[in-house]
Ligand binder design. Structure first.
Ligand code: PGA
Ligand code: ZN
Length: 425
């Protein structure tokens, strides 16, 4: 039974305040979780409660959320059985009483939900991935490593937010990390040689002063090749253009490039990139409220490319079901703080899998040293994780946790590899 809950305000990887929660059980077991935060958020995400208190953290304080954790929420969940995650999460959802966790805040609720799961796992002396995923949890995900940052995550003119490498040809997760690290360092040298800055963006990828996706893809592809890997075989490319950020008045407004593309031109442009570069997966290729565009792109690339919905689904099972009915995407990005409880997150993963959609576990651009998502990737057997570059400890902490899990699983561990991006149609 839950005997103590403590919320506090800490800082995330951008130096912004966020919620951390400690949970203690009667048997002395403890769990701790820290809540991530996005910059290019979907419009229908669960609400992150911010104090809007002038003169304190530029209005971004989370003292109200923390007060809810220590007050109302603690009172409601004290003495509940931590092992009954669904019941605990149900109490949190009912206590909030809104459809999008706007009253108590998804940041308050998620911190409690995850900390409860971690305390329950500790009580069983089980690692989180096994407590949540059972004995079958032994699939290590393909990492999607974001080595060039643009969009809302950097100050450069790149319209697309993320250029990633996925080492699908690795034999193990540890080897995938090594391959990614090697390419990251080749890329650094190549950028330096070309006179570019090698400062990094929010997710630890370089943020050079590039304008077009082609320029970024050329650098990434070149780095893969020069490191000695076969593009498409050993390492495939992945993009997250995060298009909801630049879809305005029915057109895609490429401000970095200084041009606008209609929905049809944007679809043509993406199809052209997929034809010219070994891009196996694109996240948010179309904006969250461009459903016609999504259908157009699915008809064009859906059989060839993993098309992952982030903003369009917001890890929300109801939105995902709607999307599945409407033929939107063939894959879903999963971010725990978009929905706010572990139970709802797992429900979304289950619905995706039953519909033949692939699942990518994901960090946010604002992260902490918390590594829960690494365990959740293994627990759900989703086979893919997106958690940033090979720099910034807020990113590498997740990779390091997966290296530890792989070691612990020993000969039972399997690396997901190329099938993880399995195409549906
Ligand atoms: P965010 O970006 O965490 O800033 O929302 C990540 C993404 O768009 O996938
Ligand atoms: Zn995204």
């Amino acid at each position: 039974a839950i005997t103590r809950i403590t919320g506090r305000e800490i800082v995330d990887s951008r130096g912004n305040p966020t919620v951390e929660v400690d949970v203690e059980l009667r048997d002395g077991s403890t769990g701790r979780a820290a809540v991530p935060s996005g910059a290019s958020t979907g419009a229908r995400e669960a609400v992150e409660l911010r104090d809007a208190e002038a003169g304190r953290f530029h209005g971004k304080g989370v003292r109200r959320a923390v007060d809810f954790v220590n007050g109302e929420i603690a009172a409601a969940v004290l003495n509940l059985d931590a092992e009954d995650q669904a019941a605990v999460d149900g109490v949190l959802i009912d206590l909030d009483g809104t459809a999008n966790k706007a009253r108590l805040g998804a940041n308050a609720i998620l911190g409690v939900s995850l900390a409860v799961a971690k305390a329950a796992a500790a009580s069983h002396r089980l690692p989180l991935y096994r407590y949540v995923g059972g004995v079958d949890a032994r699939l290590l995900p393909v990492p999607m490593m974001n080595i060039i940052n643009g969009g809302a995550h950097a100050d450069n003119p790149l319209d697309f937010q993320e250029f990633m490498i996925a080492p699908i040809g690795a034999a193990t997760f540890a080897e995938a990390v090594r391959m990614g690290s090697e390419v990251f360092h080749t890329l650094r040298r190549d950028l330096l040689a070309a006179g570019h800055s090698t400062g990094v963006g929010d997710e630890g990828g370089f943020a050079p002063n590039l304008r077009t996706a082609e320029e970024a893809l050329e650098f990434v592809l070149g780095a893969v090749e020069r490191t000695g890997y076969k593009p498409g075989q050993d390492i495939t490319l992945v993009m997250d253009p995060a298009t909801s950020e630049f879809f305005r008045d029915g057109v895609y407004d490429y401000t970095g490039e200084g041009l606008r593309r209609t929905v049809e031109e944007h679809v043509d442009y993406l199809a052209g990139l997929v034809a010219r570069y070994p891009v196996a997966s694109i996240e948010d290729p179309m904006a969250e409220d461009d459903l016609d565009g999504w259908r157009l792109l699915m008809a064009r690339l859906g059989d060839r490319c993993q098309l992952t919905g982030d903003d369009v689904f917001c890890t929300n099972e109801t939105l995902l079901r709607e999307g599945i009915r409407n033929g939107v995407a063939n894959s879903v990005l999963v971010k725990v703080n978009q929905i706010g409880t572990l139970t709802e997150t797992l429900a979304t993963v289950g619905t995706a899998h039953r519909a033949g959609y692939t699942v990518v576990m994901s960090h946010r651009s604002g992260e902490t040293e918390d590594t829960t998502i690494a365990d959740l990737a293994v627990a759900t057997g989703c086979g893919q994780i997106k958690t940033g570059s090979l720099s910034r400890s807020d990113r590498t902490a997740k990779y390091n946790q997966l290296i530890r899990i792989e070691e612990e699983l020993g000969s039972q561990a399997r690396y997901a590899g190329r099938e993880a991006l399995g195409l549906r149609r």
